[in-house]
Design a binder for this molecule. Sequence first.
Ligand code: B12
Length: 302
Amino acid sequence: MKPILSPRELAIAIGVSESSLKRWADEGLIHVTRTAGGHRRIHISEAIRFVRATRATLVRPDVLGLPDVSAVVRDTPIGDSDEERLFAYLQDGRAVEARGLLLSLYLAGQSVADICDGPLRRAMARLGELWQHGEAGILVEHRATDICVQAINQLRCTMEPPADAPTAVGGAPAGDPYLLPSLAAATTLVAEGLRAVNLGPDTPTTVLQRAAVHHQAACVWLSVSSVSDASRLSDEIGALADRLAPAGTLLLLGGRGVSALPTVPTAPHVHVCEMMLDLARVARRLVGTGAPESTSAALKAH
Ligand code: B12
């Protein structure tokens, strides 16, 4: 990915004239910075925001350093749904096409939450049903997980929340090996304008609490997929909620395993979210309010 673009490069990528692009920049439709010599420069995150907002067609994605998207454009089976195509790419280990497909859905205006709750979740669920974790299935599942990690990280690298944006920290609890749900949560939050520190799978809740203090987090997400000792995990989550309460830090719980817990804290700063779409909604309110102290109040109406 090319981090900084000239107006000419973005113009070529979306098939418009350089003068149109400069005019849009001067009208404030696209944010540019200036070099010491006064030349306009466009950050890749701003270029991608512009492409999404205007539904521009990327005729030369390679100019932006997004060659994966070209691979998908060349390989467009008519009539297949996004889920169907992603499933086929993941099953066959076609990483370039899978990354390109998810990136092109994002460029076409779908949100990160839509992509994770939709084609990504459904394609992975179908892979899980195929082999019931026989050896061949584990091979495909690990490979598909790695490809999705690459794809989501690629999306994440196109976004740069402001330095003063509220911070979220999160992960999956100790003993939980699932990579994708926490990564999807982090990227959903970043897409909504938060800064996210993803501690990933197998993170003790005490470490999440420490990270929340260290980063003065506005919220902590916990993605629960695999639960071996449900009552112990319930207690750990209860203790985490208690420790987060004084600073007004929200605790956002989600994942397939939450329903296996005997109890979930019911305090006002704890929210159980089913999907990334719910998380995005909470994030939008957080970005609107900023300071952690005010987050609980702002979310009461949620
Ligand atoms: C990949 C995979 C694995 C990989 C994980 C690799 C890795 N490092 O991540 C490996 C091979 C290790 C694995 C192992 C096992 N797995 Co497995 N695995 C899967 C699979 C295919 C995909 C999981 C995934 O990543 N999905 C993508 C994510 C993004 O989707 P998601 O988890 O549904 O999350 C969504 C929501 O829950 C929500 N969400 C999640 N977290 C959060 C957090 C917040 C804050 C919010 C708001 C929302 C939210 O948003 C997400 C997007 O919509 C699933 C199939 C499935 N249906 O999901 C089986 C599945 C989960 N596995 C299963 C099983 C049985 C196992 C094993 C027990 C197999 C075995 N005999 O060893 C082990 C257990 C491992 C353990 N210690 O727990 C079963 C679980 C059945 C059950 N009812 O519990 C499933 C459902 C497969 C099946 N159909 O049988 N697995």
